[in-house]
Ligand binder design. Sequence first.
Ligand SMILES: O=C(O)c1ccccc1N[C@@H]1O[C@H](COP(=O)(O)O)[C@@H](O)[C@H]1O
Length: 231
Amino acid sequence: MTFVSDRVIAGRLSTGLKRNPTRMQTRVKICGITRPQDAIAVAQAGADAIGLVFYPHSPRAVEIDQAREIIAALPPFVTTVGLFVDAEETTVRRVLAAVPLDLLQFHGEESPAECRRYARPYLKALRMREQADVLATAKQYHDAAGLLLDTYQAGVPGGTGDRFDWRRVPAHLAMPVILAGGLNAENVAEALTTARPYGVDVSGGVESQKGIKDAYKIRSFIAEVERVGRD
Ligand SMILES: O=C(O)c1ccccc1N[C@@H]1O[C@H](COP(=O)(O)O)[C@@H](O)[C@H]1O
């Protein structure tokens, strides 16, 4: 088995790197992994990070034992991200005690204090409803490792499969921007040239069905990111 990536998103996110300058490779997170074989496919394709969804209402939700099995299948240097949506503190702590997560992703209405209380690097998701203020949110969550911008859809906290207007991503932000929402191999090049994010996060766009990743779609997605990310 050949693993083509040895990059670690968490460490780099916390170095204060901002946007994706010329010649710098855009980081890739593949979210909603539910099976060890998908984690292996993601690592083999060269992704930087996998996301594990600890939100029971998601079709991609994982249990603690399942998450441990998935992570155990990974080679080193692939960042593990745990996604939560307005979870109880006890729930997050139970997961953290059992699952080796490098980074937390808060995808609900968690306050800055709630995001900080685990003393772990975290990403804060902002759903891009009309009145969303990216700059103000970045200020509010100034200690976040990055701000993840996702599509807003009423009643759905994420994983919508829909894109938003990428021109709304500010050109300068004091923290890394991770672009999400409806990305796939067909549109990610346009997304990157429009928004120039530090990283991208995709779930539905690389699946054959909800929760089941498609190795071909993952490879195509990463190939596109690498193509655009080069000179
Ligand atoms: O993936 C989910 O099921 C999910 C559930 C609740 C909150 C967030 C979720 N996923 C995140 O949503 C975005 C976009 O996903 P997609 O590519 O549009 O399917 C991404 O950040 C996922 O991490």
